[in-house]
Design a protein around this ligand. Structure first.
Ligand code: BES
Ligand code: ZN
Length: 595
């Protein structure tokens, strides 16, 4: 394994000072206490004191650090928790010696730790056992492990967990496939990872293999549906390797979480965490799996050095995701995803404002919560820049470039400026760099005019159908029988703003959107229903908002209430639903619905 390097890019979202003293390996021992909603244990770090400094700094948030030692055998040392920063938490300063190579931190988490969601049995599929999961990205890992929490600092880890005997524990590491009778689990993560990629889940889980290298973890009630939905995963993995080089993490498994999981997916190495809202029953929402899988290269292998460079993680991943999808399902299918992405981008730019600094690819998040800058700009503007480069040099050259990029920087970090230098040195002559306005794309606001024009043939058919319906009330069901989630999403998004309740009802009668089992269709339809006060859908809307905690779905729905004079209804639903959401969704919605 290559030696972890200290990122040369300063990260304003950590208190760590890795150029002085840096962690190389973590040995974590934790007891998981559901009754108290607490983790209790210790973090033992192998460190390198690079400058002979007398202190090492860690990030903490909401943690109780009880005792700190250095060396082996352990000797107590002085430590202090610095004053709290509302966004970053508290620096933990530990006194060390020039030759200190080990630091041991004894600590406990608190019940409201931001990364952790403690679910009651009622919030699970089986309704019998509690469930715990973590969400580390961007800067939440510090709320369950005292850690140098910067994407530029990588380390290997081992973990020893004690959980209730009825439950199984899994991590972003080498995982068990069966429940241990003692409730004890030992994990090993041989590849160095940044803190945001450390993850843990504990629940009534079972494992189902899909292929030699892939499989799925879920509650017993969900496992069969999950195994069906993800049957094409091995082909995705093969397609990804064919495109951009060997998969470096040995296994790729998926964990299907309860519906309160705040994201669609999270690329925890070796074990992607996924929302159950992609279990549509027809494999139509698995581009999300392609996305998280792609992060095994862009993000996990080559990691954004700071959260200002987030587009290097997400933009590359969206590009890679669409290439995997194209390899499996063809270019007509991939073009639909691209067109939906373009719509998302237009929408986000309109919301932020074309002059907003948050529409730049390179962000300036110092003094802010990194979460505030993480929107579709990184994903879709990032995608369209790479698409432009691809178009300019041709696929073969672009693919060779990306393969080389991943090989040259694996297990390292990348920031925007080094990427530009690499691009110029290995790929793009100065004339092209200027004529394509790469600097404008990265440091400028809005969407440059030379963005690739999108043309999804399958959506032309949808537009056609829509036109017939609007102009003459014709609903030709036969024309829609082969539509996937994507055509339906496009259809719902393109419905005219002035659609009436009668028209909504006619569509609902024909296509049963309100009762759809497809969360993407539900979310799009419910937003429309709220905006048009189509009340026959309101019970379903409320049930959806109470069941699902995925922020991407929640925000547009609550916002639609708010923007159409229905704020009190939104608040009433939120009051009921909020305890079932993870901290990241709560934080966003508290802001949106505050008085
Ligand atoms: N890494 C992200 C999720 C994330 C981003 C968590 C920022 C915390 C902070 C993940 O890869 C992702 O992008 N998930 C998307 C799905 C994807 C298909 C666009 C999501 O959760 O919706
Ligand atoms: Zn992503």
């Amino acid at each position: 394994m290559s030696t972890p390097v200290v990122s040369p890019s300063p990260d304003s979202h950590t208190f760590a000072r890795p150029t002085e003293a840096v962690v190389r390996h973590l040995d974590l021992t934790l007891s998981v206490r559901f009754e108290e909603k607490k983790l209790i244990g210790k973090a033992v770090y192998d460190i390198v004191n690079q400058t002979g400094t007398d202190a090492i700094f860690f990030d903490t948030q909401q943690l109780n650090v009880e005792h700190v030692t250095i060396g082996a055998p352990e000797v107590a040392t002085e430590f202090s928790l610095e004053p709290e920063d509302a966004t970053l938490g508290r620096a933990l300063k530990v006194k060390i010696l020039p030759d200190t190579r080990r630091v041991t931190l004894y600590y406990q988490t608190t019940p409201d730790a931001a990364a952790l969601q403690w679910l009651s049995p009622a919030q699970t599929a089986g309704k019998e056992h509690p469930f715990l999961f973590t969400q580390g990205q961007a800067i939440l890992t510090r709320s369950w492990i005292p850690v140098q929490d910067s994407p530029g600092i990588r380390f290997t880890y081992n973990a020893h967990l004690k959980v209730p005997e009825a439950l199984m524990a899994v991590m972003s590491a080498v995982n068990p496939t069966e429940r241990s009778s003692t409730g004890e689990y030992h994990f090993h993560m041989p590849q160095p990872v940044p803190a945001y990629l450390i993850a843990l889940a504990v629940g009534n889980l079972v494992f189902e293999p899909i292929s030699e290298r892939t499989g799925v973890y879920a509650e017993p009630e969900t496992i069969e549906k999950a195994a069906y939905e993800f049957a094409e995963l091995p082909h995705m993995l093969e397609a990804a390797e064919t495109l951009y080089g060997p998969y470096e993490w040995e296994r790729y498994d998926l964990l299907v979480l309860p519906p309160s999981f705040p994201f669609g997916g999270m690329e925890n190495p070796r074990l992607t965490f996924a929302t159950p809202t992609i279990l549509a029953g027809d494999r139509s929402l698995t581009s999300l799996v392609a996305h998280e899988l792609a992060h095994s290269w862009s993000g996990n292998l080559v990691t954004n050095a700071t959260w200002n460079d987030f587009w290097l993680n997400e933009g590359f991943t969206v590009y890679f995701e669409r290439r995997i999808i194209e390899a499996l399902y063809g270019s007509d299918y991939a073009a639909m995803l691209e067109a939906l992405g373009w719509q998302d981008l237009q929408h986000t730019v309109a919301e932020l404002g074309t002059e907003s600094a948050d529409t730049q690819l390179k962000l300036a998040l110092e003094g802010r919560n990194p979460d505030d800058g993480m929107n579709d700009i990184a994903y879709e503007k990032g995608y369209f820049l790479l698409r432009l480069l691809e178009e300019h040099v041709g696929r073969d050259r672009f693919d060779a470039f990306l393969r080389q990029y991943f090989a040259d920087h694996k297990f390292q970090t990348m920031d925007t400026e080094r990427f530009i230098t690499y691009l110029q040195e290995h790929f793009l002559e100065a004339g092209a760099f200027d004529s394509l306005q790469v600097n404008q794309w990265i440091y400028g606001v809005g969407i440059p005019k030379n963005a690739t024009k999108i043309d999804a043939a399958k959506f032309a058919e949808v537009d056609n159908f829509l036109h017939l319906w609007i102009s003459g009330g014709v609903i030709n069901k036969n024309a829609t029988k082969d539509w996937s989630s994507h055509e339906w999403l496009h259809f719902i998004r393109q419905l005219p703003r002035e659609v009436t309740s009668e028209q909504m009802a006619a569509l609902d009668n024909a296509f049963h959107f309100t009762q759809s089992g497809n969360a993407e269709i539900q979310a799009a339809w419910y937003e429309l229903a709220i905006r048009h006060q189509y009340t026959p859908a309101y019970n379903a809307v409320e049930a959806f908002l109470t069941e699902v905690g995925r922020r991407k779905f929640l925000v547009p729905l609550y916002k639609a209430f708010k923007e159409t004079g229905q704020l009190s209804r939104a608040r009433a639903i939120y009051q009921q639903a909020r305890p079932g959401y993870h901290y990241v969704s709560q934080a966003t919605l508290d802001q949106l619905l505050k008085s």
